[in-house]
Structure formats: structure tokens, C-alpha cells
Design a protein around this ligand. Structure first.
Ligand code: ZN
Ligand code: ZN
Length: 266
């Protein structure tokens, strides 16, 4: 019994993470006060109940697969091949936040190339199509992958713990951070502060509009945390910044000037 409790620990933790980080924004934005945030809405049309159900079911499955993979690595002799350490004093105190940052950089690179690979016509149908059934994603879609992609997405865990010495606190922090960014990308609503647009951060980090465009247009904008790989490889949607400006103008400006400018262009 105790053994079962231990082995199911990662899966239970992942499910709680999903229910809280994806579930709370979903309840607020889609169930309780959908009209209150209409200015933040990225696409005008509404996702349907059948989308919510599909996204939820596949996200639960992905978390079960990821939980299983983590359990196999952490609770079997495979653990010896990882760089996970339990004694916090084994590394200097600054290492923990640095290890989380390194994990984010490794994840961003792995995700960009894995994601681009799954968009190859020879692989797309068998792998990534399920995620793209959400053309107007909601937070529930953040882990909505078919079984094969659930595995390719989950491989980030063994990659990170093989490459980087990580304390469990750093691993949990990385897991929470990556899920917040993931849910933000699938929010369907832009919540970035006004100041972001004119800061250096805007040049490098992704926004909800960035990943939403990927779901709407099916290609371009493959990145997870950052725009860097997309910009380097020329895969960023050329309309991204304009679309971002339209939504932020809708939120913070009168909106009139932009709409007139749009109509003039037509
Ligand atoms: Zn994709
Ligand atoms: Zn997505």
C-alpha cells in the first residue's frame, strides 16, 4: 500500500497541478465571467463544450503518461543515471534557481525542434493532429495530446534530469513554471501587461497571442517560452506583432484608430 502511494505520487501531483493551473483560469474565463474579459479575447468565436471535453480527457491522459514516466525514472534503478540530488547543501544556494533557468532553456529548445518535427506531413496525422483539433484553444488544451505526442512531450523530464543536476524543489518549480507558461499560451485571452510591448522582454518572450496564432493558422510560431528560435529560423508568423497590437489596443486604447487603420488597408 505504501509502495503504491509512493509510485502514484508524481501522477497525483501532476493532476493537482493541472486542476489548479489550468482549471482555475478555465473556470474564471470560460464558466464564471466569460463576458467580463471580452476585450482580452483573442479569437471572437467561442470554443464548444465538445472541445472542452476532448481537451480535458486528453490532458488527463497526458498527465497519467508523464506521471508514469517520472515514476519509472525516479523509483527504479534508472534513477542512478539521473543527476537528481536530495541534499540541498550539495550545491551552492544560487544553483537551484540557475538549474530551473537552464531547464527552461533546454525545454524551449527541445520543444521547438520536437514541435517542428511533428508538423512534418509524414508525422503530423499520427502525432500532433490531436493538439490542433483545438483551433481556438482553452487552458484545458494545455496537455491535449494523443498518446504518441504525450510520450514525446514527456521526454523533457528524462532529458532535463540526465543533463542538469536538479533538486526536487527545482524540479517542482520547473514543472509549475512550465505549466503556467503552457496554460498562458492556451488561454484564448491576452493578459500581458501594457508595458511589455515596449520592453526588451517583448522581443524574446512568447505571449498568448503568439501561440494562439499557431493554433489558428497551423504553422509558424513553434516556440514555447521564447520567440528566439522562431525568429532565428524564420518561422515566426509575420502578422504576429500586428495581431498582438490589435488586441492590446482593444484592451488599453480606444480601439478606434486601429480599426480605422485596418479598414483603410482593406
Ligand atoms: Zn503545432
Ligand atoms: Zn498548443
Amino acid at each position: 500500500m505504501e509502495e503504491l502511494f509512493k509510485i502514484s505520487g508524481p501522477t497525483v501531483t501532476l493532476l493537482i497541478r493541472y486542476f489548479l493551473i489550468a482549471g482555475i483560469p478555465f473556470l474564471i474565463l470560460y464558466m464564471l465571467w466569460p463576458t467580463k474579459f471580452s476585450k482580452n479575447k483573442i479569437q471572437e468565436r467561442l470554443a464548444q463544450n465538445k472541445d472542452f471535453m476532448r481537451e480535458f480527457a486528453h490532458s488527463i491522459k497526458t498527465n497519467l503518461i508523464l506521471g508514469g514516466i517520472i515514476a519509472v525514472i525516479v523509483f527504479t534503478p534508472l534513477r542512478a543515471y539521473t543527476q537528481i540530488y536530495l541534499d540541498a547543501a550539495a550545491y551552492p544556494s544560487w544553483w537551484m534557481p540557475v538549474s530551473v533557468l537552464l531547464a527552461v532553456l533546454v525545454h524551449d529548445t527541445y520543444f521547438y525542434w520536437m514541435h517542428r518535427t511533428l508538423h512534418h506531413p509524414a508525422l503530423y496525422k499520427a502525432t500532433h493532429l490531436m493538439h490542433h483539433k483545438s483551433t481556438n484553444p482553452t487552458p484545458l488544451a494545455s496537455f491535449s495530446f494523443n498518446a504518441i505526442e504525450s510520450v514525446t512531450e514527456s521526454l523533457i523530464f528524462p532529458i532535463v534530469v540526465l543533463l542538469i543536476p536538479m533538486h526536487p524543489i527545482a524540479l517542482v518549480s520547473f514543472g509549475v513554471l512550465s505549466t503556467i507558461v503552457n496554460v498562458y499560451g492556451h488561454l484564448g485571452f491576452e493578459v500581458a501587461p501594457k508595458w511589455l510591448r515596449h520592453s526588451f522582454l517583448f522581443e524574446i518572450v512568447n505571449t498568448s497571442v503568439h501561440h494562439n496564432l499557431h493554433h489558428e493558422k497551423f504553422n509558424g510560431n513553434y516556440g514555447y517560452y521564447f520567440r528566439i528560435w522562431d525568429r532565428l529560423m524564420g518561422t515566426e508568423n509575420p502578422d504576429y506583432v500586428r495581431q498582438y497590437d490589435v488586441i492590446q489596443e482593444q484592451r488599453f486604447g480606444s480601439g478606434v484608430e486601429l480599426k480605422i487603420a485596418e479598414e483603410c488597408k482593406m
